[in-house]
Write a protein that binds this ligand. Structure first.
Ligand SMILES: [Zn+2]
Ligand SMILES: [Zn+2]
Length: 343
């Protein structure tokens, strides 16, 4: 499609988009094709990954979400049009997108911590997401990816970028004994990245035998039921389950001077019981890791290195217009990464 033809279409055209309302309804609506402004590109998504955040938006509401919202912030696709000021991207480019649209000028953005920007408006949360025939994104959030990686793996660059931020937040995993609590997308990617960054040993703990089996197929050295961890302690513990019990358990497994990195997205109102004497006695460091900071470009490269292991995690794929069924399958825990296609 030529750029002009597209804009002609956009002026009068409509497209299908998945819409979620505040009262938890999900349906496909006909909405105007978005028109990219000066510094934006228009993308035709190829694959969207479903994420816990999408389920939060559907079932509970998620801080910052603007309803009705078109979900999906993990995606890959092709550029179909570019705004007048865009350089370095053109029609036909295969891309993955950092969904975190920020102001670029506040103290957090300038410090390389755009995830903490007070003006953060993520694609698929506060602005329309990729569960639609077209989506716009700022050019600075859009990264070229080699087509041979595949649209499914390119759509996993976003969670991988979150993982790179979490692993960096841990202040180093080389030669460390690492425990990852939670064997979902984030947990397994953390395990894979820690192994490739030289961790002495990685253990994934998840009560689901299906997830442990997939961890094994992804080449993770050790996957156990949390109940079987016994009294073992670990230098670095990642809590990637997003449930209270997992976080409480994680703290009990941290070795003296060790680090607990909390990556799991908990309900905004959740409160956990922490034993402050343990934190004091063992000089434990508690670190929060929020989204992907500035790690998206690094994740484009790392995904190439770990693509064979990451591919094992891709589970069921649904047509995007069956969003509700896909969300149900994901909530039921069938497989690890549920994806949506546009076939
Ligand atoms: Zn996500
Ligand atoms: Zn900012």
């Amino acid at each position: 499609m030529s750029l002009n033809a597209l804009f002609d279409g956009a002026a009068k055209g409509h497209m299908n988009a998945v819409c979620i309302t505040q009262d938890h309804r999900v349906f496909v609506a006909e909405v105007p094709v978005p028109v990219p402004v000066e510094d934006e590109v228009l993308i035709r998504p190829a694959i969207c990954g479903l994420c816990g955040t999408d389920l939060h938006i559907l079932h509970h509401g998620f801080p910052g979400s603007v309803y009705p919202v078109t979900p999906c912030h993990e995606f890959s696709g092709h550029v179909v049009a570019v705004g007048g000021a865009v350089r370095g991207l053109r029609e036909g480019d295969f891309v993955a997108v950092d969904p975190n649209v920020t102001c670029g000028t506040c103290r957090w953005c300038r410090a390389g911590r755009p995830n903490l920007c007070p003006h953060l408006a993520p694609i698929g949360v506060a602005r329309p997401g990729a569960a639609a025939e077209f989506v716009t994104a700022p050019a600075r959030n859009t990264f070229k990816v080699r087509e041979s990686l595949g649209a499914d793996l390119a759509a996993m660059i976003e969670p991988l970028a979150c993982v790179l931020h979490a692993v960096e937040s841990s202040q180093g995993v080389k030669d460390r004994d690492v425990l990852v609590i939670g064997g979902g997308t984030m947990g397994l990617l953390i395990g894979i990245v820690c192994e490739s960054f030289g961790a002495a040993r990685v253990t994934i703990a998840d009560p689901s035998p299906i997830k442990r089996e997939i961890a094994g197929r992804a080449g993770i050295a050790r996957a156990v039921d949390p109940a079987d961890l016994g009294e073992a302690y670990f230098d670095v513990v990642f809590e990637a389950a997003g449930v209270r019990r997992a976080l409480e358990h994680a703290l009990k497994r941290v070795e003296k001077t060790g680090v607990l990195v909390q990556v799991g997205v908990h309900d905004a109102e959740a409160v956990v019981g922490i034993n402050p004497f343990q934190v004091y006695e063992r000089e434990i460091r508690l670190i929060g890791s929020n989204s992907l900071a500035d790690k998206f470009p690094a994740a484009v490269d790392v995904m190439s290195d770990i693509s064979a292991r990451a591919a094992v995690m891709i589970g069921e794929t649904f047509p995007v217009w069956q969003f509700a069924q896909a969300a149900e399958a994901m909530a039921a825990g069938r497989g690890i990464k549920t994806q949506l296609n546009f076939l």
